[in-house]
Design a protein around this ligand. Structure first.
Ligand code: NAD
Length: 243
């Protein structure tokens, strides 16, 4: 597979919780990285201000940054009562990111989806990416994240673009502005003495640095196999088949 050190990264949503950790890890390993976001919170890497639902703005940032790998983490936060915003950013915006990537010859796109896209309200135990999404999404956030994920995966291998989508569960760790704020609001509202269920429910959490690292690993592996690798894979497949 191609070496990650050759890639130039554009982290879309790089001012956010996850995006910032991805930027920091890329910088720490010596990679060239820029950020595209509607908000600027940091000033240590090149920043492009824009909205992903504007394809021209994404395309401009791709050209100026010379990006060869997009890591797209942008989304409105979960829990807003605004389906139109989720659709605009996650669906139309992701469509614009894919189109801008293909038009500008960017070969790699890593998309941050969400574990919520397969959550139906029922327990999910020991499932993996093969579990189908529910017929009805839990809410507009999850519906739009699923639609975006499907578009990203459908774009794989087309127009010279290779894609992958990751589904983190709830993220926690340094820089969090959602989870702890929510817990603190619950505390302030004096709601901590309620218990729902029998206290045996489990929930998946992912430490933010692990989630960020997973994006770097996905980007590193996201490349068409070389002719030698294709030959090796074919030989392995041939040997695995019954004679
Ligand atoms: P965040 O809100 O901290 O970061 C998202 C960033 O995207 C923000 O900086 C925001 O300004 C930017 N953004 C939003 N709309 C934009 C637009 N139209 N154009 C450009 N930039 C835009 O959120 P986060 O917690 O870092 O989440 C990152 C990603 O991970 C999201 O895609 C989210 O759906 C996914 N995710 C988060 C969690 C979690 O627990 N936080 C869990 C699973 C998946």
């Amino acid at each position: 597979m191609s070496s990650s050190s050759k890639d130039v990264y554009l982290v879309i949503g790089g001012s956010g919780f996850l995006g910032r950790h991805i930027v920091q890890q890329l910088v720490a390993r010596g990679d060239a990285v820029s950020v595209f976001d509607i908000v600027q919170r940091y000033h240590d890497v090149p920043f492009y201000s824009g909205d992903i639902s504007e394809e021209g703005q994404v395309a401009g940032a791709l050209r100026k940054s010379g990006a060869t790998c997009i890591i797209h983490t942008a989304s409105p936060i979960h829990g807003l009562d605004d389906p139109a915003l989720y659709w605009k950013v996650n669906v139309d915006g992701t469509k614009a990111v894919i189109a801008a990537a293909v038009a500008n010859g960017v070969p790699k796109l890593v998309y941050t989806s969400s574990a919520g896209v397969v959550f139906s309200g029922e327990s999910l135990i020991d499932v993996d990416e093969r579990v189908p999404p529910p017929e009805k999404a839990m809410d507009a956030y999850n519906e739009s994240k699923l639609k975006a994920e499907e578009m990203v995966l459908a774009a794989n291998g087309k127009g010279g673009l290779y894609t992958v989508a990751l589904r983190p569960a709830g993220l926690f760790g340094p820089g969090d502005r959602q989870l702890m704020t929510g817990l603190y609001q619950t505390y302030l509202r004096n709601q901590t003495h309620f218990q729902i269920g029998d206290n045996t429910n489990l929930f998946d959490w992912t430490y933010i640095e692990n989630a960020a690292y997973a994006h770097l690993l996905a980007a590193d592996r996201l490349a068409p196999p070389s002719p030698e690798e294709v030959a090796k894979l074919k030989e392995e497949l041939h040997n695995a088949l019954p004679s």
